[in-house]
Design a protein around this ligand. Structure first.
Ligand code: SF4
Length: 347
């Protein structure tokens, strides 16, 4: 592991200053914030990330989960994933988010990983970890070993000739469906980033996973009021084993149904298929006002997967993703299955 300095700021402003001053020449060398460390420390041990300085954020007041005046919920960036999933307001009002978080990683990692860190975990593939192979994300300009290589886990949407990796988070798929907003602080003050704009597609610069500047700190994630979706949501994750595995395909689905059963709102976001959680709002709009049906769900699946293409070994995802969208919508339509039977529906 490369040598690095360690700082523990007392305020958010101090953290921003440390990150501003600690910048390295290359992305892998830049100063980094650390909270749970569940991804960053692995990458540092492997020499893939070599920050000159770590700013430990754990002493900052950013671990709360609180109600918002607009009826939504604020998730502190330092709140742990497990604490978020089991928070009564999340379980009761955002069961889609609770289910997605609990589908990810392992209990030990969820106990340690922070919400902000979940958003900042590296978009990656197995070649990214193997320093003996070319990887544009790890070493820009060296090439992509996955293209023409092993592609079972790789993307089918939004790819470029530079990178075909998939975003690994489950939590982020639900946050995309729920229209979350990421609140950050940097040298210029606070700013809000809509969740759909937070992560990037690879393009020609796959070394950048997000639009967060190196000297910005995530302070919280705001969830808009979404009680109408709470009764009909599902998170469907298809993977090769039942725990501690990334998704081959995952779907966060939610419906708001009117008194006659008509669709007033529908959300569908996919994981395991692109460099960021994938959602197509126009496809959802086509279902508004109509009846939930197999035909409607299949039409939405086709529209969401429009333009998808496989790399050969991952061609199965083209069919799997379409079927997963339909199945997730069917499950959502049947009613949310909650993690604990004591949780009541939102008033
Ligand atoms: Fe690297 Fe992306 Fe190619 Fe994987 S898919 S080898 S992360 S450039």
């Amino acid at each position: 592991m490369n040598p690095f300095t360690y700082q523990r700021p007392d305020t958010i402003a101090q953290a921003v200053t440390l990150l501003l001053r600690g910048g390295g020449d290359a992305q892998a060398d830049q100063a980094r914030p650390i909270a749970g460390g569940t991804n960053l420390l692995d990458l540092m041990k492997l020499g893939i990330m070599r920050p000159r300085m770590l700013a430990d954020l754990n002493g900052l007041p950013m671990s709360g989960i609180s109600l918002r005046k607009d009826g939504g919920l604020s998730l502190g960036a330092l709140a742990r994933n497990a604490a978020t999933a089991y928070h009564p307001e999340v379980e009761r009002r955002y069961p889609l988010l609770a289910a997605a978080i609990l589908a990810g990683a392992s209990p030990q990692i969820r106990n340690m990983a922070s919400n902000g860190g979940n958003l900042l975990q590296r978009t990656r593939c197995t070649y990214f970890y193997d320093r003996a192979t070319p990887c544009n994300k790890r070493e820009p300009g060296t090439g992509c070993s996955a293209i023409g290589g092993l592609t079972k886990y790789h993307a089918i949407l939004g790819v470029s000739d530079a990178c075909i990796a998939t975003h690994p988070s489950d939590m982020c798929v639900a946050l995309r469906a729920l229209d979350a907003v990421v609140q950050v602080v940097g040298p210029e003050g606070e700013r809000s980033i809509a969740f759909e704009d937070f992560h990037r597609l690879p393009g020609e610069t796959p070394q950048f996973d997000t639009h967060l500047a190196p000297d910005e700190v995530i302070t919280r994630i705001d969830l808009p009021q979404a009680d109408a979706l709470a009764g009909h949501s599902s998170y469907l994750k298809i993977r090769e084993r039942l725990s501690y595995a990334f998704a081959l395909v995952s779907v966060a689905a939610a419906l708001d149904l009117g008194p006659a059963g008509e669709i007033r709102d529908v959300r569908v976001a996919l994981g395991g298929v692109a460099h960021k959680p994938w959602r197509v709002r126009e496809a959802e709009q086509a279902l508004i006002g109509g009846a939930p049906s197999a035909t409607a769900f299949e039409g939405l699946a086709e529209a969401v997967l429009d333009g998808a293409r496989g790399q050969g070994q991952n061609d199965f995802k083209l069919t799997m993703a379409r079927r997963a969208v339909v199945r997730a919508l069917e499950l959502a339509h049947a009613g949310t299955v909650r993690n604990r039977s004591t949780v009541e529906e939102p008033a």
